[in-house]
Design a protein around this ligand. Structure first.
Ligand code: GDP
Ligand code: MN
Length: 385
């Protein structure tokens, strides 16, 4: 689960991490009032679940309340497009108005769960600011990576190693180490999956401040944090993904045009590979899950069909707890509810009641190609697409 910058900063503050003074505003008038309360230079920042706002016009430094109002007027209500969003952008409903800080240096500090070391790894770089991906690509030697032992936890010597590695001055080593320790505490206490402070700013009077904050919480642990759960903002998410979650369907939208419906995550990935190998690209990952009924299968198909870019639906089911005849009836149910949205389907069904399922489908009005193997599925995709 993703949080907005202002929400993440409120959490950081509770853990004694310095962040700029700021307030959120939902109208240009509120922005003006906030700016006059905060003083001269303020920064108006679009609150969206995407980075790259600076380059996309979502972060504006202004010098008086009227300018803040103007900036808020252009940003609020717009759809902000950044390199991390699709071309349609994400809606901006709030801006964060922050006291401007006098930036001397922009650093990068991040923490993430690392599959290789099976624990948290701290990532830091002297080359902070807007594009860490570029630094990682072009000058990887500028990036420090410190794995943290999950049993021992973060150790002060690791903080010093990072602080020195970031080129900090002697009197900044202790505050920096404390800040990293506090950030590690945030990570562990909120069950985070990722934290990014980019930039971590050194001001002209030597203070260290988190000028930006990205905090993602592990979806499987968020139920342990009711207060964080309440911070969710579905307006920032793909509507299909929100609907899928409400129906307990695992769905991730992708860029391609072949809709995939599968039961089982491993099978879903294999199926997407088949689609890719035949030169097509999957429009989604979808795992219906085990105990689906007709209604849920129909929901899954309707969900896939609601994606405008889907031209063809590839179904790969291994009937077990979910019987193939039930799945077939679910597809028919969907075709009756949204006949105008139906697309050709390639269906592979094996396992419990597969014959019955295939029978039901071949007697239906749906444009269906029944296949027995993934090879045949690939051939069928090529014929249709
Ligand atoms: P992002 O582009 O979505 O990551 O948004 P950031 O919050 O990181 O802002 C982008 C850039 O705006 C930063 O790298 C800074 O250079 C600049 N910026 C952000 N806050 C301030 C501020 O308080 N004062 C000044 N002068 N620049 C800021
Ligand atoms: Mn940033």
């Amino acid at each position: 689960m993703k949080l907005h910058e202002y929400q993440a900063k409120n959490i950081l503050k509770k853990f004694n991490i310095p962040v700029p003074n700021g307030v959120t505003a939902e109208t240009p008038e509120e922005a003006k009032i906030a700016a006059s309360d905060l003083g001269q230079t303020v920064v108006v920042k679009a609150q969206v679940h995407a980075g790259g706002r600076g380059k996309g016009g979502g972060v504006k430094v202004v010098h008086n309340p009227e300018e803040a109002q103007e900036a808020a007027k252009t940003i609020l209500g717009s759809n902000l497009v950044t390199f991390q969003t699709g071309p349609e952008g994400v809606p901006v409903q709030k801006v964060l108005i922050e006291q401007g800080i006098d930036i001397q240096k922009e650093l990068y500090l991040g923490m993430v769960i690392d599959g290789a070391t099976k624990g948290i790894v701290i990532i830091a770089s002297e080359a902070g600011g807007v594009n860490i991906e570029e630094i990682a690509e072009n000058s990887p030697e500028k990036i420090l990576t410190i794995p943290i032992d999950p049993v021992l936890g973060f150790q002060p010597f690791q903080g010093r190693e990072i602080a020195y590695g970031l080129g900090m001055e002697q009197n900044q080593i202790r505050p920096a180490t404390n800040l990293i320790q506090n950030l590690y505490n945030v990570f562990v206490n909120t069950d985070a999956s990722l934290i990014e402070i980019n930039p971590l700013v050194i001001t002209s009077n030597g203070e260290i401040i988190a000028a930006d904050a990205k905090l993602n919480i592990d979806d499987d642990a968020v139920f342990r944090h009711k207060d964080i759960q309440e911070m969710s903002d579905p307006s920032q998410e793909d509507p299909g993904e929100v609907e899928a979650r409400e129906n307990d369907i695992n769905y991730v939208k992708l860029d391609g045009n072949i809709g995939c419906i599968v039961n089982g995550a491993g099978l879903a990935m294999a199926t997407m590979d088949v689609a890719s190998a035949s030169g097509a690209s999957p429009a989604n990952f979808l795992d219906i899950g085990g105990g689906a009924d007709e209604e849920k299968v129909s929901k899954a198909l309707k969900l896939v069909l609601s994606d405008q870019s889907v031209d063809l639906v590839l179904v790969n089911l291994f009937g077990g707890i979910l019987r193939c005849d039930i799945a077939a009836r679910g597809f028919i149910l969907a075709s009756q509810e949204v006949p105008e949205k139906m697309k050709p389907m390639i269906v592979r069904m094996l396992g419990t009641n597969a014959d019955e399922g295939r029978e039901i489908l071949s007697n239906s009005d749906i444009d269906i190609t029944l296949v027995n193997t993934l090879d045949e599925a690939a051939t069928a995709i090529n014929k249709i697409k």
